[in-house]
Every structure is written in C-alpha cells, then in structure tokens.
Design a protein around this ligand. Structure first.
Ligand SMILES: NC(=O)c1ccc[n+]([C@@H]2O[C@H](COP(=O)([O-])OP(=O)(O)OC[C@H]3O[C@@H](n4cnc5c(N)ncnc54)[C@H](OP(=O)(O)O)[C@@H]3O)[C@@H](O)[C@H]2O)c1
Length: 265
C-alpha cells in the first residue's frame, strides 16, 4: 500500500525540498501552502493553516481521494523581527497565529486520520529559537516554544495509539524565510534599540543566508519519520547550535543570558 503524506510549507524552503524527495521515494505526497505548488510528483493542495475550516476541507479531500493519511510533515511557518515594546501587535499575532494556532489547527484536522494509520507519524517543525529567547525575535521564539510544549503534551496524550508525534528543531537554514518575513524598519524604533536591533537583525539574516541547505534538513526529516520510535524532539544544526539548546536549560539563568548577550551585543 502506498503511504499518503501531507507536507505543509511546500511552496518554499524545507517543505519545497521535502515534498518531491518523498514523492521520488514512493509516497503519495500532498503539498500544502497558501500558494499552489508545481513540484515533481506532488499534488498541490492550497490552504492556509490559520483557517481551520479550509484546512479540514483540504484534509477531507486527501481522505476522499486516497482513504488514508499516514504522515504529516509540518514545515509551514513564518518569522518576524521587532522589539516587544514597539513591534506592531498584529504582526506578532500573525506569527503566533501561523506557527502555533496553525499547528494546532493542523493537529485537529489530521490526527483523527493519522490515528487510523498502522504507523502514523506527525512531525512538527519548530526551531532552536523555541528553546531560548532571542532579542528582537520574541514572537517567533514564543511561537516555537509554545509549539514545543504542545508537542510534549500531545505525545503523552497519544500514548497507546498508532500515532507518534515529534518536533524537529532546526538551526539556521538558507531559505527565503528572511526575505519574505516582516522585519520592522530600524528607523521606526526608539533610539535605545536602533543600533542593537540593526546588529541583531543583520546577524540573523547573515546566519540564515549561510545556514544549512534545505535539502539536508529534508533528508534529516525523512530519516526521523522512518525511525521506529520517535524522540520528543530532534535538534538539527551545527554543534554550537545543538549545544545551545542544552546550555540554555542547564546553565544558571544569568550565566546563560550573559553567554547569549555576548553573541548579540
Ligand atoms: N530558515 C530558517 O533558518 C529556519 C530555522 C529554524 C526553523 N525554521 C522553521 O522551519 C520551517 C520551514 O522554514 P523555511 O525556512 O523553509 O521557510 P520558508 O522558506 O519561508 O517557507 C515557509 C513555508 O510556509 C508556508 N506558509 C507560511 N504561512 C502559511 C500559512 N498561513 N498557511 C500555509 N502555509 C504557510 C509558505 O507558503 P505560502 O507563503 O505559499 O503560504 C512556505 O511554503 C518553518 O516552520 C520555520 O519557522 C526555519
């Protein structure tokens, strides 16, 4: 039986690399994003994850066409930059709406079907930023931290079912995400923030541009979804990024803040 897989975020970056990779390896793949996709072997399924009703309709289409859903690989997400004090609230809310509530909507729409698969897999893409607060990226960090704890809860709730869930937390990936996200103009900010904001934002853009290849992250997700037993989360990134997720939890708070602060000062 051909396994049926839904990849979100299929119009760009990791999802765009992952969907055709899975199609080439024999899965029946549906690629979801707001824009339609034209990828080899991938069935385009345009939907907005923030719109719960249209999401359910899209998932119903998969079930009507195939009768099953075996894996959901949730790569859709957005970033954004600005200080807590001054970032327009609707921009911050949109990040939470997409990254957290969009994931929530996706879980509600797909879990009833994934549980019927003999080997259901739900892989939610978070971020290393979900393990720590990064200056001027608060809404993004908060959205990914919320996704992480939601995944922790979900895993325990799914005990005894055929469905395993996990979160994949990558470090920087060289995709269009920086170019397409909202970044508050530095000149709109109070002078107290301007220089540090410019430095942090330029640094973030440079790190993403020199980040991992999306194809590499797609391969890692493929390996993870095929493990027999999934860990609560997987950090994918260079050594220092992986170590930071451990250090942020184990170092005393002020020590960790000084370490991270030096990186961003
Ligand atoms: N790039 C990085 O450095 C990095 C690092 C750590 C974690 N991540 C995470 O990894 C995932 C993939 O990132 P990426 O860099 O590949 O991003 P990307 O290139 O910007 O692609 C994001 C994808 O999400 C889709 N999307 C955004 N909002 C959506 C919505 N409301 N409904 C449906 N689809 C939506 C976009 O398609 P449409 O615009 O067509 O809807 C696009 O296909 C994200 O969750 C991101 O937060 C990225």
């Amino acid at each position: 039986m051909t396994e049926v897989v839904l990849v979100t975020g299929a119009s760009s970056g990791v999802g765009e690399a992952l969907a055709p990779l899975l199609a080439a390896r024999g899965y029946r793949v549906y690629g979801m994003s707001r824009r339609a996709v034209d990828l080899k072997g991938v069935i385009s399924l345009p939907a907005d994850v923030t719109d719960a009703r249209s999401l359910v309709q899209s998932v119903d289409r998969i079930i009507a066409e195939t009768g099953r859903l075996d894996a959901v690989l949730h790569c859709a997400g957005i970033g954004g930059a600005g200080p807590v004090e001054q970032m327009p609230t609707e921009r911050a809310r949109q990040i939470m709406e997409t990254n957290f509530w969009g994931s929530w909507n996706l879980c509600q729409a797909t879990i009833p079907h994934l549980r019927k698969s003999p080997r259901g897999r739900l892989v939610l893409v978070g971020s290393i930023a979900g393990f720590m607060g990064i200056p001027f990226r608060s809404a993004y960090c908060a959205s990914k931290a919320a996704l992480k704890t939601m995944t922790d809860s979900l895993r325990m709730e799914l005990k005894g079912t055929n469905l395993q869930a996990t979160m994949v937390a990558p470090g920087d990936i060289a995709t269009n995400s920086i170019a397409t996200q909202y970044r508050q103009p530095a000149e709109d900010l109070d002078p107290v923030y301007q220089a540090r904001y410019r430095k942090a934002d330029d640094g973030m853009a440079a790190n993403v541009n020199h980040g991992m290849d999306a194809g590499y992250v797609a391969e890692e997700i493929y390996k993870i979804m095929n493990k027999d037993t999934l860990d609560p989360y997987y950090v994918v990134g260079e050594f220092l990024q992986r170590a930071s997720t451990v250090a942020s939890r184990w170092l005393p708070g002020r020590v960790w803040e000084r370490v991270l602060g030096r990186y961003y000062s």
